[in-house]
Design a protein around this ligand. Structure first.
Ligand SMILES: *Cc1c(COP(=O)(O)O)cnc(C)c1O
Length: 426
């Protein structure tokens, strides 16, 4: 498309956008009486207007029914978690029996690693990306130590080549092939939180299957952002949080995927609790664990309804569209953002940016922009003027253009603020 840096053009794109109506379903923080330009949906998604209703329903059911709410609530608490299987399965490309909402993300990573990192003296290594999100590094490292190995020997990190920002898929494949005899698990982030690189998860899954290696993915920055086909790719397990692109509120409940090939196995290593026990007999309180033959077997506790209600509000919005529509709009938004940055660079010599996020298809909603001449100054100017982005050392501004609620007009407004910054600096 031929883009233009004008308000009229941005408004025309909004008018043509079939998803533009979704913006009205969200609450925007205010700056001088106007919605902020919110580019941090990769950190904490915005609150749907409907969230309050969903939460109030649970509060009033609790008030009205007390313990009977487990069965009498509008959405009975005893089966509350079941409401998530269908909508989550569409977002991550799974069968409904392969997903479950529970706990927090890092907690779930540990539960899944307990099942799927099964080191032996010969095959005990983990291959992962260098500079993964710290929580993932801590989880992997502590799991390795828990099994009696030294992370220095057991963890192989794959880095970008010298002078590059993107980790090459060929390097990942080569590394897995070369170390296959010793590797028990490949664990990867679907989208890197810093660079925004989207990895070829299908390709990695293929190599892992060929070499009989477990493959797990952290989808924190991928769920609700990029197209996923976890079942068809043959991914063994995955987990994600719901507060980034899934708009379910701070610390919101996490989601888990366990491939159907691992269901119904009685001898799988697993940390177990009563909510994973066969529903029919759960309340007989018998001593022997009888797992539900789905991903629900990994549940420990009854559903945290107050963190799940906002999640349901958000998933009901996702249900009104689908990932293909969202990704179509996302591409246009991100292209427009890139165009605006380039346009301003042409006018103002000091405005020099390097986009470290690789081009599509290795890109989702996020652009990580290295500002070559400006430091935190620019980031703070943006914040003060109602553009919410996120700052990472050294000199990287992360921005996410989220198709559910960001508009083309948002991007034009960002450009205006950026232009003001540079014209003042001239
Ligand atoms: C956001 C994020 C987390 C956060 O973990 P919590 O357990 O939800 O606090 C972990 N890993 C990755 C890759 C993330 O992006």
């Amino acid at each position: 498309m031929q883009y233009e840096n004008s308000e009229e053009f941005a408004l025309k794109l909004d008018q043509e956008d079939k998803l533009h109506k979704f913006r009205g379903k969200f609450l925007f923080p205010q700056h001088k009486g106007q919605d902020v330009v919110y580019f941090t949906g990769n950190s904490l998604g915005l609150q749907p207007k409907s969230t309050e209703e969903y939460l109030k329903q649970e509060l009033s059911d609790w008030a009205n029914y007390g313990v009977e709410g487990h069965f009498e609530a509008k959405r009975p608490w005893v089966s509350y978690h079941e409401l998530f299987s269908e909508p989550l399965s569409k977002i991550v490309g799974a069968q409904a029996t392969e997903v479950v909402a529970m706990n927090g993300l890092t907690t779930n990573l540990h539960l899944l690693l307990a099942s799927f990192y099964r080191p032996t003296d010969k095959k005990f290594k983990i291959i992962c990306e260098a500079k993964a999100f710290p929580s993932d590094q801590y989880a992997l490292s502590s799991q390795v130590r828990f099994h009696g190995y030294d992370p220095k020997d057991a963890i192989i990190e794959i880095e970008p080549r010298q002078g590059e920002e993107m980790i090459s898929h060929d390097d990942i494949v080569k590394n897995i092939q070369e170390n296959a005899d010793e590797v028990a698990l490949v664990f990867w982030g679907g989208v890197n939180y810093y660079s925004g690189q989207v990895f070829d998860m299908k390709g990695i899954a293929e190599v892992c299957q060929k070499h009989d290696i477990m493959f797990g993915i952290d989808l924190a920055h991928a769920a609700g952002n990029v197209k996923l086909e976890l079942h068809d790719w043959g991914v063994d397990f995955a987990a994600w949080c719901s507060y980034k692109y899934l708009n379910s509120g701070p610390g919101g409940v996490s989601g888990v995927f366990v491939h159907s090939k691992h269901h119904g196995l009685k001898d799988i290593p697993r940390f177990e609790g009563w909510w994973g026990h066969n529903k029919k007999d759960r309340f007989k309180m018998e001593p022997e664990f009888d797992p539900i033959p789905t991903a629900e077997a990994w549940q420990l506790s009854n559903a945290p309804v107050f963190s799940m209600a906002p999640h349901l509000a958000s998933l009901d919005i996702f249900n009104e569209t689908n990932m293909d529509q969202l990704i179509h709009k996302q591409r246009l938004l991100v292209e427009y953002l890139e165009f605006i940055l380039a346009d301003i660079s042409k006018t103002y010599p000091k405005a020099a940016f390097k986009i470290i996020t690789p081009p599509k298809p290795n890109r989702g909603s996020q652009l990580s922009v290295l500002t070559l001449n400006d430091g935190r100054d620019l980031f703070e100017y943006l914040s003060k003027n109602g553009v919410i982005t996120d700052w990472r050392e050294p000199n990287v501004i992360r921005m996410a253009a989220v198709p559910l609620y960001n508009s083309f007009h948002d991007i034009w407004r960002f450009g205006r603020v950026l232009q003001d910054y540079y014209s003042i600096a001239e």
